[in-house]
Design a protein around this ligand. Structure first.
Ligand SMILES: [Zn+2]
Ligand SMILES: [Zn+2]
Ligand SMILES: [Zn+2]
Length: 431
């Protein structure tokens, strides 16, 4: 039997085989690996270069091209981040510059870089509400159907090509239906209704009936075959201010993330008031609410597992709805063990009064954000809860993205409302 020898590291008690010692210079494998790691780290620190790809650049188009260019990870290069966000740079573009970004994106299709092309076109829509209708025939040519939101402003010609293609293109039918849903004009609504009355043969291959694709684009086909929107108007960002004392009166008109008075009947923890917004804020004005504040409560623990409805009384005060059905599964979390980190962020959040595109933060993969109004940014499939009173799909009013709130936060809380029955609902999707 071979005699083992002690590891050379000070304080390490491991005994190792002489063969290992010969390989590592007398150290056990964990110590050896740690030494190697430290050597690598020191090497990287010593040789790492800081590279500023934006140095000397003023042209926002050039800056965006760099922001969008795929970068290979290299531990020896530290890239300087651009001081403004992609959204800010997109917002600063002149119409001509935006057009030049669109042309650049369409040219990328020719060179086979569909992903970057998609990202740029989506950014133009979501950050600026730019119409990319002129580029759609080219997208079709390159069989780029996703994300369907790109087709929102399609004209009759593109729409009719999609009508034709959906009949025979088994491979892309799913995406084509989504694109049609985003177009959502009168002809599309009529066609979806026809498919309801007389389901096409290909519908058997789908997971859901064709008309349900409309939900992904924020609307549904009513019983009488009309389009009913499940979202409203522009988006209004929920923004984080570093210093909560900076807030103007208008900004103080919104409040976020406080404990509500009541407890959750399911887990016994405190309910959370996700938002408390002045109903005269432009984001809510269309709802014509009879109270001064709209308050949406939920349980941030149980709300991850099912819909939580709250009923608003004559003064707009929320209370737990008798319609709530306890989810089949709830975790065994004691509410006092749950991190309340998000509550500390509440006072820093404000609801912007600058309208942004209805598509703002509507593509979760592109740019996820907390906001009011516009299209929801679904992490998974669109999921509008039904109002437990009237049975109609509820209206999306806003979303809170937990990654905005906690360092390791993830997932989005979506908020809904039935104006007729004055019920709010929350759902959650895990990112
Ligand atoms: Zn050791
Ligand atoms: Zn609960
Ligand atoms: Zn209702």
């Amino acid at each position: 039997m071979t005699e083992k020898v002690p590891c050379q590291s000070e304080g390490c008690t491991a005994m190792i085989l002489p063969t290992t010692a010969a390989k590592t210079g007398g150290y056990c494998m964990p110590c050896h690996q740690e030494q190697e790691r430290r050597k690598r780290e020191a090497y990287i620190l010593q040789h790492r270069k800081t590279v500023n790809l934006y140095e000397g650049l003023n042209d926002p188009v050039e800056i965006l091209k760099i922001m969008h260019s795929p970068r290979q990870y290299d531990p020896l290069i530290k890239y300087t981040a651009y001081p403004r966000s992609k959204e800010q740079v997109y917002a600063s573009l002149s119409p001509v510059e935006a057009q030049s970004m669109a042309v650049y994106a369409l040219n990328l299709l020719g060179s086979g870089d569909e992903d970057t092309s998609r990202d740029i076109l989506s950014s133009l829509m979501c950050f600026r509400d730019e119409s990319i209708a002129d580029g759609l025939p080219l997208l079709l040519e390159h069989e780029v159907y996703y994300p369907g939101i790109l087709y929102r402003d399609a004209g009759p010609e593109v729409r009719d090509r999609l009508f034709d293609q959906v009949e025979w293109d088994d491979e892309n039918r799913n995406y084509i239906l989504l694109a049609l849903a985003w177009i959502g004009d009168e002809q599309v609504v009529r066609r979806f209704h026809e498919w309801r009355m007389k389901p096409p043969q290909w519908a058997e291959q789908l997971h859901v009936v064709p008309e349900l694709y409309a939900r992904e684009a924020g609307w549904k086909l009513s019983d009488s075959g009309q389009r009913r929107d499940l979202f409203q108007g522009s988006s209004y960002a929920v923004e984080k201010r570093e210093d909560p004392r900076d807030l103007s009166v208008q900004q103080m008109s919104s409040g976020f993330l406080k404990y509500a008075a009541a407890d959750c009947p399911w887990c016994g923890g405190k309910l959370t008031r996700l938002v408390d917004v002045d109903t005269s804020h432009t984001a809510l004005a269309k709802l014509n609410l009879p109270w001064e504040r709209l308050q949406v409560d939920t349980c941030v623990i149980c709300g991850c597992y099912g819909i939580i409805y709250m009923e608003l009384d004559g003064g707009g005060m929320p209370s737990w709805s008798a319609y709530n059905r306890k989810p089949a599964y709830l975790p065994d979390i004691k509410s006092e063990e749950y991190s309340g980190e998000y509550l500390q962020v509440g006072p820093q959040l404000t609801l912007s009064d600058i309208p942004r595109s209805s598509c703002y933060a509507a593509i979760w993969e592109l740019d996820s954000h907390s906001k009011f109004g516009g299209y929801p940014g679904w992490v998974q499939d669109a999921e509008y809860p039904d109002c437990p009173c009237c049975g109609r799909s509820m209206l999306f009013i806003g979303q809170l993205d937990w990654s905005d709130l906690e360092d390791y936060g993830e997932g989005i809380y979506y908020m809904f409302f039935c104006p007729k029955d004055r019920i709010t609902a929350t759902t959650y999707q895990q990112s």
